[in-house]
Design a protein. Structure first.
Length: 685
């Protein structure tokens, strides 16, 4: 039993997770539907169908209800099949009644109210739309509230209750402005324009059309608005302008939902021009679509227009039939303006036929309905005047608020300016006191500083003289070292000549002349780049290799990040150590020797390690004492004195150190010199 319980819990959890994932997919599909529907895309129907399939697959009642409501709205907007839309919306409400989740139920009420409104069942539509408005308000859906309320206004307008229609539209505009929804403001302006057309106030209607066209508007209703505007121009007998707007549509590509409206609108255009046969053709085509979709509002309109066109063409029987059918629908749904117009047509037909009793009966009804409609129109005009006054009052209130706001801002700015001025004055005064005290302290400090400056100037002059003496002494030592090096080179050339090695002597002399030229150039500067020093050193080693018949090799190793062109050192500082390694280490070695020079920089210290695998200092000293050709090395002594003067430190061991190297058996294996040089700042001078 325990295992069955855990299995059941596991399956229930999986089912719940699957339902949650399905709901997320359904919500995504609904969002895609809403986007496509708002942009008048046929693909919105596909998204509604997919949402329905997904909802039925997981048997989620709320999702089924929502998807059914979306399908009803799609049917309304894209096919205008109001009977089917009414059925779908009713089904959606039935599904909503089976769940406690009433989210988006306002869509179902709105769809049902719209479908019933289109069938001229105005009172029932108003009741349903009020419920849609209430649910949208509870859900915080401002757009849903405005749409439901606006359609209520349309129901009042089509039923002839113009006073209530004006009040509804005023509320919608106020709500849309407060919510900053320009597309809904535009939509209400268009509804107002149609309302002003119904009370025959065409100039005001045109004003609201202009206002609507200058704002954003839903693409799905743009074509409808253009056709309505063309109707307004037709009523003002501006037929050329109206035709221009009608011709902006290609009737062959219009969907049935728009084609049926375009046909009746174009038919009325011809009817107002007196082209009754063309009007009759267009209106009869429109009637087929209107009856198929059961749009009772448009059916009443088309039948009345067909009756007028037939009557003017002398087709009284057809005119009578159309007027009777239109009157029957109008009486059923209490559309007073259509009752009035149809009674007038029937009175005229009966009067022409000599049936005075029937003519009189319809004439009385016509007068009664005319008075009723006129009263409503009068109320509407009063309401429109009040509406315009309220709009003007709101505009003045906004202007007054702006003026008050500007005055408040000016007052605030003046107050802030006054506070800033006071603070500035206080700051200046305190600054003055502080500066005065500082000035007194500065005067005392200045006197002390002048005394200190006199003392420092004396010390500076003394230090400059000492530095100059040091530089002169370094130059003197450098001038001593250069002749020492020249002596060694000339001695080598002499040996080549005595040994009849003319080619070697010539090659050596060429290198020597080049080396002398470089040394002469470098001797004019207190520091040179490390690259120049290494070039001199390599030239010198090539000369020594030539002199000793390639008895040794040399390797120059430096860090990858060492910039030899940016480091400055005194000239000919490394050469004496290299010369010492060659002459006293490698010269006496029987095997081929190796000289390694390693360079690396650490902050402002250049470390140079000169290593040879010669006979060592002890053995070199013994061989030197036995050699007939004694050589007194002055280079190291001179270099040590140069380093002493460069740093002002009397301990030469601080700057270079010589180590003896031994092999594993303890025999001398060469010498290593570690030289540390402080890198000079700036370019050579």
């Amino acid at each position: 039993m325990l295992i069955i319980f855990f299995v059941a819990c596991r399956l229930a959890t999986q089912a719940q997770q699957e339902t949650s994932k399905a709901r997320l997919r359904i919500d995504s599909l609904i969002q895609h539907y809403e986007y496509c529907a708002s942009h008048w895309m046929d693909s919105s129907g596909w998204y509604a169908d997919q949402a329905m399939e997904e909802a039925r697959r997981v048997n989620d009642i709320h999702s089924i209800a929502l998807a059914t409501a979306c399908k009803s709205l799609y049917t309304l907007n894209f096919t205008n099949d109001f009977i089917l839309s009414e059925s779908q919306a009713g089904e959606a409400l039935d599904w909503f009644s089976r769940t406690s989740d009433k989210g988006h139920i306002s869509l179902a009420y709105y769809a049902l109210g719209f479908a019933i409104f289109a069938q001229s069942r105005f009172e029932e539509a108003i009741h349903l739309l009020q419920q849609a408005q209430d649910y949208a308000q509870k859900a915080g859906d401002t757009t849903g509230v405005i749409k439901s309320l606006s359609l209520i206004g349309c129901a009042y307008r089509e039923s002839g209750d113009y006073e209530k229609a004006f009040e509804i539209y005023r509320r919608c505009i106020q709500m849309a402005e407060d919510a900053r929804l320009p597309e809904h403001i535009a939509s209400e302006y268009f509804e107002l324009a149609e309302l002003f057309m119904q009370i025959d106030d065409y100039p005001t209607a045109k004003k609201y059309f202009y206002a609507g066209f200058h704002l954003d508007q839903p693409q799905s209703f743009y074509a409808w608005r253009i056709m309505t505007y063309a109707e307004l121009l037709s009523h003002q007998h501006q037929f050329d302008s109206a035709l221009y707007y009608y011709n902006t549509f290609d009737s062959t590509s219009l969907p049935p939902a728009l084609l049926r409206t375009w046909l009746v609108s174009k038919g009325e255009y011809f009817l107002l021009q007196g082209n009754n046969q063309m009007a009759l053709d267009y209106l009869q085509k429109s009637l087929v679509y209107q009856c198929r979709l059961n749009d009772r509002n448009q059916i009443m309109r088309v039948l009345k227009d067909l009756s007028l066109a037939s009557q003017k063409l002398g087709k009284d029987k057809d005119a009578f039939r159309y007027a009777k059918e239109s009157l029957a629908i109008a009486e059923q749904f209490k559309a007073r303006q259509f009752i009035r117009d149809n009674c007038e047509i029937l009175h005229s037909i009966y009067d022409k036929a000599g049936r005075t009793d029937s003519a009189y009966a319809y004439y009385r009804r016509y007068n009664t309905m005319k008075d009723s409609v006129n009263n409503e129109q009068l109320k509407g005009k009063f309401a429109s005047y009040a509406f315009e006054q309220q709009i003007a009052l709101l505009s003045k209130e906004k202007q007054l608020q702006e003026v008050c706001l500007r005055e408040t801002l000016v007052t605030k700015k003046m107050l802030i300016g006054g506070i800033i001025a006071l603070l500035l004055i206080g700051f200046i005064f305190s600054r003055y006191i502080l500066l005065k005290r500082k000035n007194e302290a500065h005067l005392r400090q200045r006197a002390e500083n002048e005394l200190e400056i006199h003392r420092l100037e004396g010390e500076k002059a003394k230090a400059a003289l000492q530095q100059r003496a040091k530089e002169l002494e370094i130059q003197a030592l450098r001038s001593q070292m250069n002749p020492h090096f020249i002596f060694n080179c000339l001695n080598a050339i002499n040996r080549f000549i005595l040994g009849h090695e003319t080619e070697a002597a010539s090659d050596y002399l060429t290198k020597f002349s080049r080396l002398m030229r470089m040394i002469m150039n470098h001797s004019r500067h207190s520091v040179i780049t490390l690259a120049d020093e290494l070039e001199v050193l390599q030239l010198y080693l090539d000369m020594e290799k030539l002199r000793f018949k390639d008895a040794f090799d040399y390797i120059l190793v430096q860090d990858d990040d060492l910039d030899t062109g940016d480091i400055h050192i005194p000239p000919l500082l490394l050469q004496p150590f290299v010369e010492n390694a060659v002459w006293h280490g490698l010269m006496h070695k029987k095997e081929r020797g190796l000289l390694t020079i390693e360079l690396r920089a650490d902050n402002d210290i250049l470390t140079c390690i000169i290593r040879d695998n010669g006979v060592g200092r002890q053995r070199a000293g013994i061989l030197k004492s036995k050699s007939a050709q004694k050589h007194k090395s002055m280079g190291l002594q001179i270099t040590a004195e140069r380093l002493n003067l460069l740093t002002g430190n009397g301990s030469p061991g601080h700057y270079f150190d010589i180590e003896d190297l031994y092999d594993e058996d303890g025999h001398p294996a060469g010498t290593k010199v570690i030289l540390k040089i402080r890198i000079a700042a700036g370019a050579p001078v």
